[in-house]
Design a protein around this ligand. Sequence first.
Ligand SMILES: Nc1ncnc2c1ncn2[C@@H]1O[C@H](COP(=O)(O)OP(=O)(O)OP(=O)(O)O)[C@@H](O)[C@H]1O
Ligand SMILES: [Mg+2]
Length: 165
Amino acid sequence: MCPTTPDLPRQTVTFPLATDADTARLGAWFAARLRAGDCLALTGPIGAGKSHLARALIRARLGRPQEDVPSPTFTLVQTYVADVEIWHSDLYRLTHPDEVLELGLDEAFAHAITLVEWPERMGSALPADAIRLTLSPLGDARRAEIAIPGRPALAAALRADWTPA
Ligand SMILES: Nc1ncnc2c1ncn2[C@@H]1O[C@H](COP(=O)(O)OP(=O)(O)OP(=O)(O)O)[C@@H](O)[C@H]1O
Ligand SMILES: [Mg+2]
């Protein structure tokens, strides 16, 4: 008989987002919980809803629901000042991982809340403890899969507040 595996806390949470309003609600959920120095890596294909989630998160943390939050597709980074700085980046057009240094993202990881679309473009420069949120198509809706390394309380809160598929 195989030895039993220790019951490690599960840190990946998966659930459906039926509409774009649910995606925005998830962004606002994180807005209330992220701290300075937290990185949220947003993965998923073009049009998955990464910017939509980031926009809702930024507006909620700023407390300004009408704030203009453009996609940083061409600027690569947009910054906001809430109680902490928020850096919203879209690295789709990054030409080389070293550009991350030129953008100042490495310093932002230490003091700001960083939201990174297309984090795979920056290779190993992504903080190891980044929260990894993947959005995938689910019919006309989306599926969210979230891995939270080293933050069991946050993973437990997510699991309590969002109903798995
Ligand atoms: N749960 C959902 N169900 C259906 N549509 C959604 C959902 N979440 C977001 N969307 C829609 O997905 C569309 C694309 O979103 P968005 O521009 O945020 O994609 P993106 O992942 O940032 O793409 P890109 O990689 O091009 O930056 C938006 O019109 C948004 O309303
Ligand atoms: Mg986007």
